[in-house]
Design a protein around this ligand. Structure first.
Ligand code: IDP
Ligand code: MG
Length: 131
């Protein structure tokens, strides 16, 4: 998911290009906006963390671009492509090193397991939206 800061900055195209050039196939993609309540549901696993309220506010602050991506070893390879959560610690050339503004407004989300990729894909897309 391309996050609100990156969408607002006009980086949707550049980030999608990096994703495709890294060998991911885009199975589904759209532009949408989360309510604070839906952002809260998406980040439910972080609800005990101190930044949860801010995270929900930020994730509902503007349009996002969720995608379903396909590749061998997709979860691990995508985490490598996006870089560390904190852009100051993200390896050079990663999406967060290039486009993230801060540890919270960090340009992009990537699923952390195959099981969560399934849950998160279903959160955003119906079977009719997948090609
Ligand atoms: P990840 O996105 O790299 O998987 P997580 O630890 O799962 O990182 O955190 C989810 C999101 O919560 C991060 O991408 C970031 O937007 C936000 N976040 C994580 N740690 C902090 C923090 O210390 N302060 C503010 N926001 C944070
Ligand atoms: Mg995470």
């Amino acid at each position: 998911m391309i996050k609100p800061d990156a969408v607002a900055a006009g980086n949707t195209g550049a980030i999608s290009k990096m994703i495709e050039e890294a060998g991911f196939r885009i199975v589904a993609m759209k532009k949408t906006k989360l309510s604070a309540e839906l952002a809260g549901q998406f980040y439910e696993i972080h609800k005990e963390r101190p930044f949860y309220g801010e995270l929900c506010k930020y994730m509902s602050s503007g349009p996002i671009v969720p995608m379903i991506l396909e590749k061998e070893n997709a979860v691990e390879d995508f985490r490598k492509l996006i870089g560390a959560t904190d852009p100051k610690k993200a390896a050079p050339g990663t999406i967060r090193a290039l486009f993230a503004k801060s540890i919270d407004a960090n340009a992009i989300h990537g699923s952390d397991s195959d099981a969560n990729a399934e849950i998160e894909g279903n959160f955003f897309f119906s079977q009719f939206e997948r090609l």
